[in-house]
Design a protein around this ligand. Structure first.
Ligand code: ADP
Ligand code: ZN
Length: 728
């Protein structure tokens, strides 16, 4: 690292979407190194930025401003800075906008203030014991002191219980830094793991070696659901910990991953550090700083965890690597799975991608030898793969307003009779996706989005799933003014639950959707209820497709297996296959065999045929071939330009202007502009252009050049989506 002398100036990157680093003067007596967090004047304000490197020298000496001071915080590691620059270049974003993601918790840059925590009183007075007090004492036994709020939360008691217990002399207050209090017990790599099967051991050995020797490598852990992928990559986690490194595990929906957390604790006798949007501000602050100081050893997080300032990252795992929720669709648009591979490369460390249904892109990278593959073809123990059958809905006698076919009803009946659990999968929240007037046909639509309002009967209202708009169900049609003419069209999970109740009145049902299972607590409670057989039937959206292991669950029914196949999405078939296969993977994970029934009107569709035959290879090969013929990713490159604004005229003009300056070269094509399928989203009008290039074209260079030539009016915004997954 270089140090600057007192007369130097330096470039400082600010976490703002503004282009590149700004020059500042380093005042006498201040010694700075790249990566240091500094306070600088910025217009009339003060801002915090990062010393990025050499000054550009493009600011007049007389106008240079002094850096105000250096913050008492570990520097942003070099690899993080390289990563930020890389992501900015790849996504065609301002580096400051990417830095902002890495500096998402500005408070963490200030040294933590000491807090009062509570410890067990080593010589307690006599006090009244209650079950609640007992739980508090149990949390503290064998664990570090904790602040009152956290103690109460972990013990599942009100804050009054902790206070009362302290007053009664059961606890003593101690002063400590909040960081030390919040990390929980450190995972211990020496905790013995389970006995691995032969396949598991072979796979684990290779991952252990890769972690031990370090250096960049990508390994795909391709194993059927229930094959023990988690146990296998835990072995690599143990090696990374043994060597003193940090580990990042990316999970698509960490807030719902109670089972994963429990498994980790069971395996390592300690806690991983969680990173997701559901943390309290103080927890975010402590966690960010603990990562920066290298104290947080294993971080499990959603995609944004990738931008945490790890000084010693030794291993990355991206679990469920195919999951499209790794794609960030707002702000800087990036795919966390892909960027994780880049982060591993820049850090010179191994990355493990785990999935039962790897993405086409990933499979092709294993075919061409860039990634190594490890296969786990069998379920762990005696569990056998579930039998998957299609129900041809054209041949079923369906009563009106009914969605569960006689065949599926029979299967449910058998399952309940055998005291086993079943799951009905329908990827639609709420009661009904569409409400229309029977008299005039008027459809209730969101005022701010191109979307129908979804009825949620539980909440007694209509809701937009895109912007959060909601309204009570109207009595009168706004179009024809008739009263009580609205009809619910199609089923959501709530409506399905209604049908189940009329078919099986004694069955205990739970609805699992993102609005009924909000946050980690609710998810953990749901999992517990299912594990303890307090429910017989789970009616769920895609949130139940992931990773869960419920030994008594033996029947899975996909109510509308065709749902994801409509629309012009280039990955529609691949995604539907992944989703249905994952849902199917929930069935029969223990001794009892599983059965999966897919209700489809297209049993001859390649997706349904592949699922029924249990044959992924041929299906994915056909998918790859069709993409190759169309020169679609990963055989060609795509980038979407989304023009948006509140004034439809401005948006249209901006899109036309982009169109006039469109690039033209060999291997470069522009489709559009056309109104986006979501032509209105959160009150903003939207037009799309799609840039399609051949593989050998540097699409970022084409985009940058194009944007530099096109003058976008200030009232319109152009978002760039390199490698788009959503075409809405
Ligand atoms: P996957 O991630 O491939 O779906 P999991 O890692 O969740 O599979 O494993 C499925 C179940 O089998 C889990 O309950 C796990 O604890 C158990 N399991 C897997 N491998 C072993 C093993 N070697 N010994 C004991 N239990 C195992
Ligand atoms: Zn809306």
């Amino acid at each position: 690292m270089t140090s600057f002398t007192k007369t130097d100036k330096t470039g400082v990157m600010l976490p703002l979407p503004l282009g590149s680093a700004y020059d500042y003067r380093v005042p006498a007596g201040l010694s700075l190194s790249p990566g240091d967090f500094v306070a600088v004047p910025f217009g009339p304000r003060r801002a915090i930025g990062v010393v990025w490197g050499e000054a550009a020298g493009d600011v007049n000496e007389a106008k240079l401003k002094d850096i105000s001071g250096k913050l008492d915080c570990p520097p942003l590691p070099e690899v993080s800075r390289l990563f930020i620059d890389w992501v900015a270049r790849y996504t065609v974003s301002a580096p400051g906008a990417v830095l902002k993601m890495a500096m998402s918790v500005p408070d963490a840059l200030m040294p933590p203030k000491p807090v009062t925590a509570y410890a067990l009183n080593p010589s307690p007075d006599d006090f009244k014991m209650t079950p609640a007090r007992q739980r508090v004492l149990a949390v503290l036994t064998g664990g570090p002191p904790r602040p009152a709020a956290e103690l109460a939360r972990e013990a599942g008691v009100g804050p009054g219980v902790v206070k009362g217990l302290a007053k009664a002399g059961g606890l003593v207050p101690v002063t400590m830094t909040p960081d030390a209090a919040s990390l929980g017990r450190e995972p211990d790599w020496e905790t013995p793991g389970p006995d691995l099967s032969r396949d598991q051991k072979d796979a684990a050995g290779i991952l252990e070696d890769a972690t031990e020797t370090s250096g960049f490598s990508v390994t795909l852990l391709d194993g059927v659901p229930g094959s023990g992928k988690t146990e296998v990559y835990f072995q690599a986690v143990a090696i990374a910990l043994k060597q003193g490194g940090q580990v990042l595990v990316l999970l698509p929906e960490i807030a719902l991953s109670a089972q994963w957390l429990a498994r980790f604790r069971a395996r390592f006798g300690g806690d991983p550090v969680e990173w997701h949007s559901d943390l309290t501000p103080s927890r975010r602050r402590h966690t960010w700083r603990a990562v920066a100081e290298g104290r947080a050893r294993v971080v499990v997080g959603a995609r944004s965890a990738l931008f945490l300032p790890f000084p010693d990252l030794a291993l990355i795992v991206a679990d469920e690597e195919h999951d499209t929720s790794f794609k960030q669709e707002d702000g800087v648009i990036y795919n966390a799975r892909d960027m994780a591979v880049v982060r591993a490369q820049l850090g010179g460390i191994p990355i493990v991608l785990a999935s039962a249904t790897p993405a086409l892109e990933t499979l092709l990278n294993t075919d061409n030898g860039r990634y190594l593959t490890l296969h786990l073809p069998d379920r762990h123990g005696d569990a056998v793969p579930p039998v998957i059958e299609n129900i041809d809905m054209r041949a079923e006698e369906m009563a009106s307003q009914s969605w569960i076919s006689p065949t599926l009803q029979d299967a449910l009946k058998q399952t309940f009779a055998g005291k086993e659990q079943a799951m009905l999968f329908l990827n639609r929240r709420g009661y009904a996706p569409l409400t229309l007037c029977r008299t005039c046909g008027h459809r209730l639509q969101c005022p701010s989005c191109t979307a129908w309002l979804v009825e949620h009967r539980h909440g007694g209202r209509l809701q937009c799933h895109h912007c959060g708009y909601h309204a009570p169900s109207p009595r009168q049609c706004p179009e024809c003014e008739n009263e009580d003419t609205f009809a619910a069209c199609g089923p959501g999970v709530e409506r399905l639950a209604e049908e189940v109740t009329s078919l099986f009145p004694d069955i205990r049902t739970v609805i699992a959707a993102s609005d009924t299972v909000a946050g980690p607590k609710a998810a953990a409670e749901l999992v517990r209820r299912i594990e303890d057989h307090e429910v017989d039937l789970i009616i769920g959206t895609q949130i139940v497709a992931k990773g869960y292991h419920f030994p008594l669950l033996t029947l899975v029914g996909a109510v509308d297996a065709d749902l994801g196949l409509t629309g012009g999405d280039l990955r529609a078939a691949e995604r539907t296959h992944q989703l249905l296969y994952q849902v199917a993977g929930r069935a029969g994970r223990a001794e009892r065999p599983g059965r999966v029934l897919l209700q489809t009107y297209m049993p001859e569709h390649p997706v349904m045929k592949a699922l029924q035959a249990g044959e992924r290879k041929t299906f994915m090969a056909a998918e790859a071939e069709s993409r190759r013929l169309a020169q679609m990713p990963p055989f060609g490159r795509l980038a979407a330009l989304i023009v948006s604004g509140t004034d439809v005229g401005v948006v249209d003009a901006a899109a036309q202007r982009l169109s006039r300056t469109r690039p033209s070269a060999d291997g470069v094509a522009v489709l559009g502009p056309a109104p986006a399928p979501m032509a209105l989203l959160r009150g903003r009008h939207r037009m799309r252009l799609l840039l399609k290039t051949s593989k050998d074209v540097n699409i970022q260079a084409v985009l940058r050049d194009w944007l530099a030539r096109a003058e976008v009016p200030r009232k319109a915004r152009v978002q760039i989506d390199v490698d788009p997954y959503s075409f809405l």
